[in-house]
Design a protein around this ligand. Structure first.
Ligand code: B12
Ligand code: SF4
Length: 241
């Protein structure tokens, strides 16, 4: 049964620290898909089951633990991306014998997925003025790691009783987001990563402006790693020399 297999897949991911696993319809993604991104596969179906794999701050201790145990992982150029690939592929075995395709958020090639659009398609998140996906419980404090498309019909999207985030909000994030967007435009065809390093504090402040999910804010080390991608910090946090 598809439902049982997806539940086993989600349970395996949770054990690895990917604690937000949400179904969506590939047709709903299609409606939100921005230009420049290819459609998701559908296995010849009019609509297929997509599963968004994401994490909150709970991933961090699991990642550090894995790095402490696995020297090859700690030596990888992008340890978090490598850890994600290993965990998602291992968990996807629980979907057997269903056919599936896995897409990672860090894949910049032709198979790249607009992850914010996938998050919106789950019905549990809104696209915020900051451009980020804001979850109804975790706010902006979650990261979107992968999408798995399964050769099965989509399950109905579960909508919580609460109104979607951003709907009735006075948007304290808007002013800092607009100030950053103006800087981004002024910077022209800037190197995105250099922009993030330069405006690190202001980008974090725009995220901090959101009242939703504040209890789920990342730790300062986790924030620094996500914005600055300094693998030395990650390896030191894991207690490696
Ligand atoms: C490219 C990219 C960037 C580029 C954007 C460059 C550009 N030309 O627009 C740069 C390097 C600047 C960037 C920065 C950040 N990103 Co980014 N990024 C992506 C990536 C790989 C693709 C996004 C994309 O092009 N979408 C298509 C366009 C059409 O989408 P969009 O909704 O119109 O706008 C996006 C960007 O244009 C950008 N953007 C929109 N307005 C503004 C304004 C400013 C000031 C900046 C800097 C960026 C920005 O933010 C949107 C989301 O990235 C995704 C992963 C993925 N595969 O989706 C992660 C992703 C969207 N980013 C993410 C994050 C967290 C960030 C940062 C907060 C921290 C970080 N890790 O660097 C910063 C700040 C972003 C912000 N809005 O505050 C997360 C969002 C999680 C969430 N909860 O929504 C994602 C999903 C990665 C992940 N693994 O979780 N990012
Ligand atoms: S501050 Fe309000 S509008 Fe901005 S992301 Fe949070 S809920 Fe959405």
């Amino acid at each position: 049964m598809t439902k049982g297999r997806v539940a086993a897949f989600a349970a395996a991911l949770r054990r690895a620290g990917f604690d937000v696993v949400l179904p969506f319809s590939t047709a709903a993604y299609e409606a939100a898909r921005p230009e420049g991104f290819d459609p998701l596969p559908r296995f010849g179906r009019p609509d297929a089951l997509g599963v968004l794999v994401a994490n909150t701050r709970r991933l961090w201790p699991r990642l550090l633990d894995a790095l402490a145990r696995d020297a090859a992982l700690a030596a990888a150029e992008h340890p978090l991306d490598r850890y994600t690939e290993q965990a998602v592929h291992a968990a996807a075995g629980r979907l057997d014998p269903l056919r599936r395709q896995v897409r990672f958020a860090h894949d910049a090639g032709p198979r790249r997925v607009a992850m914010v659009a996938a998050a919106v398609a789950t019905g549990r998140a809104a696209r915020a003025p900051t451009g980020l996906a804001v979850h109804d419980a975790y706010g902006p404090w979650w990261a979107l790691r992968a999408v798995v498309v399964v050769d099965a019909p989509p399950v109905p999207t579960v909508r919580p009783e609460a109104a979607p985030p951003c709907a009735d909000c006075p948007a304290p994030c808007r002013a800092p987001a607009e100030a950053l967007a103006a800087r981004w435009t002024a910077a022209g065809a800037a190197d995105g990563r250099a922009f993030v390093r330069r405006h690190f504090a202001d980008l974090v402040a725009a995220r901090d402006a959101c009242p939703v999910g504040r209890a789920h804010r990342y730790t300062n080390d986790q924030i620094r790693y996500h914005y600055l991608h300094d693998r030395r910090l990650l390896v030191q946090s894991a207690g490696r020399p």
